[in-house]
Ligand binder design. Structure first.
Ligand code: NAP
Length: 533
């Protein structure tokens, strides 16, 4: 069904010619876990570091995707019947396996996505944190909830959370392991089964996690992975599921949402951003500059919560820009499977084109390139230097459009209210960052920013790593949230049950309605004054 092409058959095979990578046979083994692929031609994947073939992947037909949903529907009944504590145990076991076997996943993520190893490790930690959080807290969040009934002692009321059924998960290429875990694991814990379509470019990472989840006790049919272009199998992915969790760009999310809504099926959308960072006049400049490097250039800026706009107060602007540029120029670019580099490559030629176009357009419109601003084919086909721009005019594309690459524009301000207004002046609202020595002041400014997550004295990692906090976008950055209780309960149907005892909620036989309504009015006044109701 699948095969791989050794880069150089005369030497031990590596994946995509990346030195130190696992053998290609391992890639084939993982690719074989994907559903279908009997009729469509497989596709070849290229490693961003080298441009060489990593693996060939089966491509499912629409019919095969629909059949996967059918199997998932059958498997769902048995999976949902298992006690939630048993499902949680699978997640806790998976947590341990992910940490134990991280070396292989680090290789795969680097090879498929072109990240530095440290950036790949962010995905290991996010995956482990999510598995641990839901493995530990999930059963409590899903537990039946008692609520005070309308008539004290006489109305017993409670809420249950039932699984939706089969969840469709559509994932992008930029955080292939972490986003798979963040979206698939809570759906499974809630008693759903899942059919996931990862991006072809980074499918092996999702398949790796699938293998580990099965080793941790998940029935293989409970989570099925289908591969193929959205344009070919997208219909089945929006028509079959009982809930759709989509992560990707705002235009695709909007298109799919319109179609999903036609079926009155629930969905969550995790979309794009143009995330601002505010450096307040009292910020520690050195820490803010170091923080900006991580916030802007982790995963080469191909991170939905990455910072692309920095607003820095006039009084410290020069010092900040100099420190930020110095630290940026010290970053080591490279494509080796070790911790010896700081920033990897872009993931696709499309990304390289998009990033180059934004920088070239800004430059042509008069922006200053403080550092970076060019591709680095001498390192690898898709490398681009981390880039800082100043003097970006409002007409430049990079001013308001998401670049999704290692490019940030720095703007000055003299008044904090003005900076807050400019930070909020965007169609997006995903993530923001505030830097101040005064934590209380930072919190106050954070609360004024229209973004789903705001990090004070951090770029994104503080909220990203706190799995108990919901994560998602305001405005065009999304609908719904992942993580926290919301990220689990979205995969459930809420059911309210009330058992009425003794007396009905209507007048007693023969009682004049006026007396009934007077008694009820008095009762409501009393109940409203009771504590904890
Ligand atoms: P994209 O082009 O929207 O694609 C996302 C996923 O949707 C891919 O797997 C894609 O597969 C699939 N897809 C596209 N059209 C489809 C259709 N008609 N039916 C079903 N699936 C379809 O986005 P991307 O370029 O891969 O990802 C980058 C974007 O994602 C950025 O805007 C980034 O900000 C955003 N993002 C957001 C978050 C968040 O949490 N908010 C996280 C990560 C990324 P094919 O391309 O193969 O069709």
């Amino acid at each position: 069904m699948t095969s791989t092409t050794p880069v150089n058959p005369s030497r031990p095979a590596t994946i995509g010619g990346v030195p130190g990578a696992p053998r290609t046979s391992r890639a084939a083994e993982l690719a074989d876990r994907a559903v279908g692929g009997l009729h469509n031609a497989p596709i070849e994947l290229k490693a961003p570091f080298t441009g060489l073939t990593t693996a060939t992947l089966p491509q499912a037909t629409e019919h095969e995707v629909r059949a996967a949903f059918e199997r998932a529907r059958e498997a769902q009944r048995a999976w949902a019947r298992r006690p939630v504590r048993e499902r949680a145990r699978v997640l806790r076991h998976l947590h341990d396996l992910v940490l134990d076997k991280q070396a292989e996943a680090l290789d795969l993520i680097q090879i498929e996505a072109g990240k530095s190893r440290l950036d790949a490790f962010d995905e290991i930690s996010a995956t482990a944190l999510v598995a641990a959080y839901y493995g530990k807290h999930g059963p409590g969040i899903l537990a039946p909830r008692r609520v005070a009934g309308v008539l004290p002692l006489l109305t017993k009321a409670g809420q249950l959370h039932h699984p939706k059924g089969v969840v469709g998960v559509i994932s992008p290429w930029n955080y292939p392991l972490a986003l798979t875990a963040m979206d698939v694991l809570p759906a499974l814990l809630a008693g759903n089964t899942v059919v996931q379509k990862p991006d072809n470019q980074t499918a092996l990472s999702a398949l790796w996690l699938h293998e580990l989840a099965c080793a941790a006790g998940l029935p293989p049919q409970a989570w099925q992975i289908v591969l193929g272009r959205g344009s070919q199998i997208g219909d089945a992915l929006v028509e079959e599921p009982d809930y759709v969790c989509f992560t990707g760009s705002t235009p695709t999310g909007k298109r799919l949402a319109g179609r999903i809504a036609q079926r009155l099926t629930g969905y969550s959308l995790e979309l794009g951003g143009k995330n601002p960072m505010l450096v307040l006049p009292d910020a520690d400049v050195s820490k803010a500059a170091a923080g900006a490097v991580a916030a802007c250039f982790s995963s080469a800026g191909q991170l939905c919560v990455s910072v692309e706009r920095i607003y820095v107060h006039d009084s410290i602007a020069e010092e900040f820009i100099a420190a930020f540029a110095r630290r940026t120029e010290a970053l080591r670019l490279g494509g080796t499977l070790d911790y010896g580099t700081d920033m990897g490559s872009l993931t696709s030629t499309g990304q390289l084109r998009a990033v180059s176009a934004h920088v070239d357009d800004a430059r042509a419109q008069g922006a200053t390139v403080v550092t970076g601003g060019k591709a680095r084919p001498d390192i690898g086909p898709l490398f681009y230097e981390p880039t800082i721009l100043t003097g970006v005019p409002e007409t430049a594309r990079v001013f308001a459009e998401e670049t999704f690459g290692p490019v940030v524009s720095v703007y000055r301000y003299s008044n904090v209210d003005d900076a807050v207004e400019r930070a909020n002046d965007t169609e997006f609202g995903l993530n923001a960052s505030v830097w101040s020595r005064d934590g209380k002041r930072g919190w106050e400014i954070a609360a004024r920013l229209r973004a789903g997550t705001v990090n004070v004295n951090e770029g994104y990692a503080a909220t990203f790593g706190t799995v108990g906090l919901p994560m998602g976008g305001m405005k065009e950055s999304g609908v719904g949230r992942r993580n926290g209780a919301e990220g689990l309960l979205k995969y459930t149907e809420s059911q309210s049950i009330a058992v009425q005892r003794g007396m009905r909620l209507r007048p007693f036989p023969g009682m004049p309605p006026r007396i009934w309504t007077t008694l009820m009015t008095l009762g409501m006044r009393l109940l409203a004054r009771l504590p904890r109701r």
